[in-house]
Each structure stands twice: as C-alpha cells, then as structure tokens.
Design a protein around this ligand. Sequence first.
Ligand SMILES: [Zn+2]
Length: 353
Amino acid sequence: MTSEAGNLAIPVVWHDDCLRHQPGGEVWLGLREEGTEVPERARVILRALTSAGAPVLPPRPHDEAALLAVHDRALVTHLATIWADWEAGRYPADYGRDRVVPYVFPTAAMLAGLPLRTPAATHGQVGMFCYDTMTLVGPGSWEAIRAAADSARTAAALITAGQRAVYALCRPPGHHAAPAGYGGSCYLNNAAVAADELHRRVGGPVAVVDIDAHHGNGTQEIFLSSDDILTASVHVDPGAGWFPHFLGFADESNDSNLNLPLAPGTGDEEWLAAVRRAAAFAGSARALVVALGVDAAAGDPESPLEVTAAGYREAGRILGELGLPTVVVQEGGYDLETIGELVVETLSGLAAV
Ligand SMILES: [Zn+2]
C-alpha cells in the first residue's frame, strides 16, 4: 500500500462543494492579505491521492443533529445565515465589504461580568462568534463548511461498514472551531463531528490525535469535560508566540486531554517522540480520529516546525500501529508544492502497518 505502487487503499471522502468557500484572504494585523487557506489546497491534495490510487467517495448529507452534537445551535445558525444577512444589509453592495469580518469582540475585559447581549447591527453580531479577523465568510462558505462536516461524518460512518481507515478531505479545516465560536480559518469542527459519530457507532473512548502544527484548541474545548473522547495535540508552543496564543499549553492537560507543545525549529526526532506520546495516550481508545495538518512540514509558510515527508510517513505508521479503526480528517497545510505528497506519505504510513 505505497504511493509508489499507486494502490493506496484508504478511501477518500470528498465533495466539490468544499471548493466553494473562497475566503478572499484574511485580515491579519490590520491588513487584508491574500491568505493561504485557498481552494487550490484541496485540489492539490485530491490530485495526489487519486494519483496514488486512492478511491474517492462522496459524503452523505447529514442533518443538523450531527453539528449540534458538538456545537451550540447559535453558532450553527450564525454560520448558516450570516452571509445572507450581510448581503441583505448591503455591506458588499453599498460599502465594498465583500466578506464577513468582525470588528468588535465582546471579550471578558469588555463585558466586565455584565451580560452578553445580541447587537442589533449585523456587523456587531459577528464578533460574538468569530474570535479573530482572519476567518472570513463569503458566498459559498456555508456550503463548503457543511460539505466538510458531512465528509468527516461520512468517513466515520464508513468505518463501521468494515473499513479500518478512511480519510476525509475536509476544507475548510476545523480544529480551531470551538463549541460556540470560530476562528483560525476553521468554522465547524470536522474532527469533533467524526469523533462523535465514531463514539456513537463504536463506543468509547474515542481518541482524537491532532498533529497539525497548531494547537487544536477547538477540539480540546469541545471535549474538555468528556471522559468518552480523549484529545491529544502535538503543536508549536503557543508560549513561543504562535497561534492560538491563549491555549495549547502543557498545563491544560488532564486525564482526557494531553497537550504537547514543541519549540519552533523542532524536527523529526522530537516531533515523532511527541507523536509517540500522543499515540500512547490514545492507546486505550476503541477508535481514533487523526486531525492531520501537514503544516508542521519544513517548507510550510504557517509554522516554524521542521518535519520531513519521511517524518509524516513515520507518524502515520505510529498511529496505524495502534490497530484502531481510524478516521483521518484534513486540517492545515499550506505549501501547495508539497502538501499533496505529505498527505499521501502519512496515509501510506498508516496503511502500511
Ligand atoms: Zn495549523
């Protein structure tokens, strides 16, 4: 089951609607930039996987209950309706605001303990849910967000149809999406949707191992008080100045959550040692979700980690050795030249066991 042989046997769940999300860049430190979470990411990964021989399957649409199992209804409703509200408010037509972006945030410091109200203005409401300025919403975003969540859920459903490992090509990514908020280019938490579905079908505990370069803060928060879903994350140390800045520290770990922050510049050896610790933490689970970001790779523009393609392949092998039914959910990875190969290498490592 190697990419060289062109017979990668892990099915890929994919829907073209995931291309419909065109964030149109991101506002970072006050300036709108091109951004790196672009539709081409998914095209590149899909091309690499089909070249490696992986079969591609469509997701089945799921009802709202799949989303409400891991997110507040207010967030789901906001994401489903905000673009229509934005257009109805004539923000694009009259003000040139062609994407939804927040500008005021009801932080704890602002409210000082007073109750959170829902602002009358649409442009005031966005900051209730979106916690940064780089996670824009436009026409087609909701269709892509839904298709990504559907793909994750379908991948989990296929596991119990007798498949040991299934990969969901989710775009936009999801691991920064919290129970009631979104950010970090993520809207709904695809890995959490997959974990919830696996738990329903296989029983618990289910483990989520996140090897994206950044802390899976949303997944941690969704399952923080759950004994049924274990979460482990290997990521660049937020204490060294990296997103998500406020979360992802080692001392947030408990019996069901393990954070393994690494110094900028970390390469294969230490990164794989952390992946082994995360795998050991997940070893008692009955099923596994791998939140696969390939942005820890050396050439990625979004992180300072220095993992090689061989490192990703070995990570796949380590996680495959657990012998658990496994759903792999795509998270980050932004170097269009290499992300296809990195995903293929990881899945090949997983399948080789
Ligand atoms: Zn990332």
